[in-house]
Design a protein around this ligand. Structure first.
Ligand code: WT7
Length: 663
């Protein structure tokens, strides 16, 4: 991809908010942002108390705004509220009740054909959520129980999530692209009692066999020899794809049959501010994915406020975040944030280029989407597919564009600005993480001047800093680690069942501060430029993947002796996965084995984690203390094309002699 803009000094390209946009925005000027921001940092408790009171509906007021003892935060202590009440009941009896809460479009069967369509008003969504919450109760679910949600992108995913929150059950959504093994691992860790799934979901014309994956997860064992039957009592199955599925009597029940047996009267449970709301598994530097725990009041406040100010939500907006509910972006910005604001949130099923590469632009034009929030990797793919696809459609309804998931390269930013935004729409590049619950560093579209490639400045109440190895702030224009100095309401409260790891991973690198795992630099204006992960976590097409996870998936194959996984830059995906593999004695490296190993990883984790390259080696370069020299492997992986027969073993041992003593 041509690097036109990086050679220009893009730091000096400044896009000021348009005055017409600012005039109607929630935050109308940079001065207003600054004033509020300064106030939020100077008197955080006063600031957050005022916001919590104005933004959320409470059953019982809190006694204390913040109880903070590193690394444990409790916000709005003693208060009681309910998330589904704030997203649904709050709007009943107001004009919002009859407004579309969710607009859904299923995967179209063929080019030119519309996808299946469904709209649920706030009133209808409330009704569906109450029914399903009663189904959960009928099937033995109590406050605090964990439920795995493994569904395609259909309205029922949001209904299931909201129903959990209504009765105080803790959901853990598992991305539909993950494998049976991933489902099993998450059940073992969360000790879930129930799985909510579907017969199948559609992607690129094929059926993703979700229920079959669940069935395949049942015989799998954890480290202690326990299988899913130890905790899972019920599996609720949504009929979506119409494919044949196996049914285990007594355990498996149909969603539609259960709903027909209950009534729609289900008052929202009064939940404590700090009651667990959901667990979402995400990759870390080591071992299995970590269960990020979010709680009720703080999370909802963060999701609601950031949705309102970053997307500048207005009553008439049709807002579309393209993320799957399996990721945190889907939690905060498809479901909870928009609904807590009474907005119309669009959901779509399938891929951006099926049946044709104009799927997004067709949807924008069809529904008059005003706000579009997507990932840089998607934008780069659209650039590659050609301008003719967006140019075919009327995109004049768009007024604001957003990106999330990885640094956006300035050329992709400029393309988004020019070809999609037609130079009219501000772009909000939003930096945040599963752990942060909501957006942390971002422009506010009516207030903050933007520059292509930077997420700009912190949201209200957020105090990020770039620091050196000693934890001291570095001067502007020097690189360092990105930390957050103050607790914030939507921060994670811990790792499910592992307080020790929580403290180690997030609060020990720079004692007393939250460590993000990202490298960063502030420019002369104080804007934050995220460089990317500095731990062993890769960002492949916006998916967060731990190298250790892929390595352990590879070595779980009986032919593999050792594996080291590193990232290399990739024009489309941001990063690609390269695996260096040594084989057991007697096993020969062949192209067929390469495919076998890629599929093996797909089976262990999910297709998103399949290595892009597998490179066989006689031995891996190691330091004298036996650590794999990843830095060297990264250089090899990013280096020139592999020459000759790619199945020949590479002699990486030679690198040990070249490299520095330590990794
Ligand atoms: C990591 C978090 C939070 C939603 C999606 C990803 C990277 C995220 C940006 C951005 C540069 C970004 C970081 C972060 N990241 N947004 N706007 N600019 N990098 O959530 O899977 O928890 O990944 O994504 O490296 O640490 P996640």
């Amino acid at each position: 991809m041509a690097d036109n803009f990086t050679s220009l000094s893009h730091e000096n390209r400044i896009f000021k908010p348009h005055k017409d946009f600012s005039a109607r925005a929630h935050i109308k000027s940079f001065a207003q942002y600054k004033k509020l921001y300064n106030e939020s940092i100077k008197s955080p408790e006063k600031f957050w108390a005022r916001e919590a009171k104005n933004e959320l509906a409470w059953f019982k007021p809190w006694k204390k705004v913040l109880d903070w003892k590193v690394p444990s935060a409790k916000w709005f202590v003693g208060g009681q509220l309910n998330v589904s009440h704030n997203c649904l009941d709050k709007w009943l009896g107001t004009p919002t009740a009859n407004k579309a809460a969710l607009i859904w479009e299923g995967e179209p069967a063929a080019p030119g054909k519309p996808g299946e369509e469904r709209t649920l008003t706030y009133k209808q969504l409330h009704h569906e959520v109450c029914l399903f919450a009663n189904v959960l109760k009928k099937n033995g679910i109590k406050k605090g129980d964990r439920i795995l949600i493994y569904l395609p992108m259909v309205p029922e995913a949001a209904i299931a999530m909201l129903a959990c929150t209504r009765i105080g059950a803790v959901h853990s959504v598992v991305f539909g692209g993950f494998s049976a093994q991933s489902v099993a691992d998450r059940v073992f860790d969360s000790q879930a009692k129930m799985i909510i799934t579907a017969d199948g979901g559609f992607r690129r014309g094929a059926v993703v066999p979700l229920k079959k994956n669940v069935d395949d997860a049942f015989p799998l064992n954890d480290a202690h020899g326990n299988c899913l039957t130890k905790t899972i009592e019920k599996v609720i199955v949504l009929k979506r794809a119409g494919n044949e599925v196996a049914f285990t009597p007594g355990r498996d029940v149909w969603w539609h049959e259960e709903v027909a047996t209950v009534d729609a009267n289900c008052p929202a449970e009064k939940m404590d501010s700090e009651a667990p709301l959901f667990i979402l598994y995400t990759s870390g530097s080591t071992g299995k994915p970590k269960g990020i725990l979010h709680t009720t009041a703080g999370y909802l406040l963060g999701a609601k406020m950031t949705s309102k100010y970053v997307f500048d939500l207005r009553d008439e907006d049709v807002y579309w975040c393209t993320a799957d509910v399996g990721w945190v972006t889907g939690h905060s910005y498809v479901v909870y944030g928009p609904l807590a604001n009474g907005a119309t949130s669009l959901m779509y099923e399938g891929a951006p280029n099926f049946p044709e590469p104009d799927r997004f632009w067709r949807i924008v034009a069809k529904y008059g989407v005003t706000i579009l929030y997507t990932a840089p990797t998607a934008i780069r793919a659209f650039m590659k597919w050609g301008d003719e696809w967006p140019k075919k459609h009327d995109l004049s309804s768009l007024r604001l564009l957003g990106t999330v998931g990885e640094p956006i390269n300035p050329e992709a930013w400029m393309w988004y600005h020019t070809v999609i935004g037609r130079k009219r729409c501000p772009i909000v590049d939003t930096w945040w993480q599963t752990e942060t619950g909501g957006i942390m560093i971002t422009p506010l579209p009516g207030a903050t001047p933007t520059k292509p490639g930077t997420a700009t400045l912190p949201f209200f109440g957020i105090l990020p800093e770039v620091v050196d190895d000693q934890g001291n702030a570095v001067p502007h224009n020097s690189g360092g680690k990105l930390v957050v100095r103050k607790p914030w309401p939507s921060m994670l409260r811990g790792l499910w069942g592992d307080p020790k790891r929580y403290k180690e991973v997030y609060w020990s690198e720079v004692p007393g501060s939250y460590f993000t795992g990202d490298g960063c630099r502030q420019d002369k204006d104080g804007y934050f430029w995220i460089v990317g992960r500095i731990d062993d976590v890769l960002n492949v097409a916006g998916h967060r993947i731990g190298t250790a996870e892929v390595e352990s998936a590879l070595v779980s194959n009986s032919k593999v002796a050792e594996a080291a996984v590193v990232g290399r830059p990739d024009a489309l995906k941001g990063q690609a996965l390269v695996a260096f593999v040594t084989l057991k004695t007697g096993v020969t490296a062949t192209p067929a084995l390469r495919d076998e190993l890629r599929n093996h990883v797909g089976k262990e984790i999910g297709p998103v984690a399949k290595p892009d390259d597998i490179r066989f080696a006689e031995a891996l370069p190691k330091t004298r203390s036996g650590k794999i020299m990843r830095r060297l492997l990264k250089q090899v992986a990013s280096g020139a094309e592999i020459k000759g027969d790619t199945t020949t073993l590479e002699d990486l041992t030679v690198l040990t002699k070249l490299g520095s003593a330590e990794d």
